[in-house]
Design a protein around this ligand. Sequence first.
Ligand SMILES: *Cc1c(COP(=O)(O)O)cnc(C)c1O
Length: 230
Amino acid sequence: MANLQQNYRNVLAEIAAAEAAASRPAGSVRLVAVGKTFPAADIRAVYCEGQRDFGENYIQEWYAKTDELADCPDIVWHIIGQIQSNKTRPVAERAHWVHTIDRLKTAQRLSSQRPEHMPALQVCIEVNIAAEAAKHGVKPEEAVALACEVAKLPRLKVRGLMCVAAAAADDAGLQAQFKQMQALLTQLQAAGVAADVLSMGMTADMALAVVCGATHVRIGSAIFGQRDNV
Ligand SMILES: *Cc1c(COP(=O)(O)O)cnc(C)c1O
């Protein structure tokens, strides 16, 4: 537990250093702390250090955590995993962000299920930037068209694009992927969608993502520790 606080502070310092190295303003990169497989108590410990944005991959696990952390009502929940059609309702009712939209059908369900009294659900289109068969997301050349369709849905707000870079890539390869994401965001803006988010960068490739314009980095293991292989 004591480690979590130190880990968290180290990650904040690393983000600040990456911003400075990239000549970007302090505070321009938002940390999403990814707590998948870790208990609600660990999330609470990081919350008590001041963190508010938390990411989760598995809907059932996340939903249980929202109950356990109901006394922390200002947590901002980011869904960063796949959402099966039959799991859209809890997401529409309790999440603030979904980073992983890659089908219009899922977006339509989320929009129709988003309660009227809540603000629009913030969403990103997931791009399979590494073109890996095992990865989710739309092909890069399909991202702008999907985003434009999703932008028409009344209860969603398209904020930008998200990717998971190829784990095996070297720095040059990673940078090429992140730069392509940056170019896609520019295309999306030119198409008339007021998008401002690039959700990219994880524990291993965060600094490079910041150089390439990441606005949200999703960091798990550097804060919470190594995960069992799931
Ligand atoms: C698990 C996960 C992360 C965090 O990964 P770490 O390498 O632990 O920082 C970020 N994004 C997605 C989509 C993930 O599934």
